[in-house]
Ligand binder design. Sequence first.
Ligand SMILES: [Zn+2]
Ligand SMILES: [Zn+2]
Length: 548
Amino acid sequence: MSDLRLIPLGGAGEIGKNCTVLEQGDDLIVIDCGISFPHAEQYGVDIVIPDFTYLIENKDRIKGLFITHAHEDHIGAISFLLPHISCPIYGTKLTLALIELRLDDRWKGPMPKMVEVKPGAKVPAGDLEVEFVRVTHSIPETCALAIRTQHGIVLFTADFKFDFTPVDRQLTDMARLIELGQEGVLLLVSDSTNATTPGWGLSESAVTEGLRPLVAGARGRVLITTFSSHLHRMQQAILIAHEFGRKVVIMGRRMEQTLNLARQMEYVRFPRETLISMDEMSDYPPEQLMVLLTGSQGEPNAALSQMSRGEYRRLKVHEGDTIIFSTRPIPGNEGEINRVINNLVRRGANVITDAPTPIHASGHGYQDELKTMITLTKPFYLAPVHGEPLHQKAYKEMALAMGHAPHRIFVLDNGDPLELDEQKAWLGKPVTTGEVMIDQNEGRPIEVEELRARQQMAHDGIVMVTLAVDRDGTMVANPHVEAHGVCGGDDVVPEIQDMLRSAIGRLTEFEMQETDYFRATIEQQVRKVLQAKTRQRPKVLTTVLVTK
Ligand SMILES: [Zn+2]
Ligand SMILES: [Zn+2]
């Protein structure tokens, strides 16, 4: 029997770009294929995707791409993987519909084969078998995957919470989880996003009770910002608007497309006449309007950010507006979000990010829910993923406190293969992983050197040196030096010019004719002057013009 290998290519030690390989013998399946967002120093990077080298090297063995749910951190990178693979994509009806919507924007090639799987159904993938098990999360039709291998069942929880009053009344299939536990789960690969939070998270439907008094008490327009995929949150907001006689405008193409699709497919239900277009907004007084929009994470191009800067033509925020942030900040976005909030407050809006009643519920289970999953499924081995190291460690400590042996809990990092045979489990030799940074305008990856150059220019500026020499290596004009974004740049330019004149005077004719050597020597001297005078390391660019 071949060893079983689980390899996170993304999503371990981080929250984002989830992509995991499970393989045994000739069979390899890929679970999820998502993106993450860049950090502040990744200038010009729009999204980050996993490094697919391992999948490209093993593409002939890939039996399928199995998607647990339609969040961007699980589906956003599919269009970047499609050029390299030709296997079917498996997912539930809504998941596939939202993938297609996404591919319409980003993928110009032929549509991949999509296979709809109903929650509860099983799909063969070579000698592996993948069962979709419904769980509750913050998007409908999320499924855990129970994968039957030669060594036992690997249960991949996907993003989950135990919500007993979900908006769509579709509960986690706890009975099936218990059955799988009785049969014997070899390895539980669990969401650990909220492993540091004790207790049990709020039900999504509690948000209705939280939003209702805020909408009831608002005198002017109500703007609610959340994620464009948060269908149940949107449904709840629209029903509250209807209750208080408000019409709802959806701002943002992605949010509108997602909501329309889900309404047509009957995943969300609300009176159609409650929605109006942006053009109809002027027909209603402020107290009869609600706006749903994205931008809750401070994304600079989102309508909400533009409104905060007064740059959004179709809606100007003013006194009397109530703006509710119905999300929690994704770690790292706090600075941008606060900037947006403060600008909205400056414009006179009443901004609500927290309230005595809940205005947000996490889609990820808290500690007691994570423990419940372990108790129901009784795994032999445990591996927390979908969490930063802090969350993975908290999960491990929680499992240890429940009596699980330390050698059966694996805190994985991206690229670490967890290998299992009939007797034991161990960490194998790491495979290639990493971040591939995408500039969406270019639609291509940004090289590490390009990013380094951007960071260097952003931190310390750039100095450009142009030298003109004739074929004998004699200078034919004064060195031209420009400093951009260099602190004290104007003062340092004449010094660099003086230095260049004397340094070039010391070079032999032969050295000056060796253009590469000449350029490297000049750059080194320029850097020395800059460091001595400014203590900075700007990017130095030298152009040598050789005249006839
Ligand atoms: Zn999710
Ligand atoms: Zn996720």
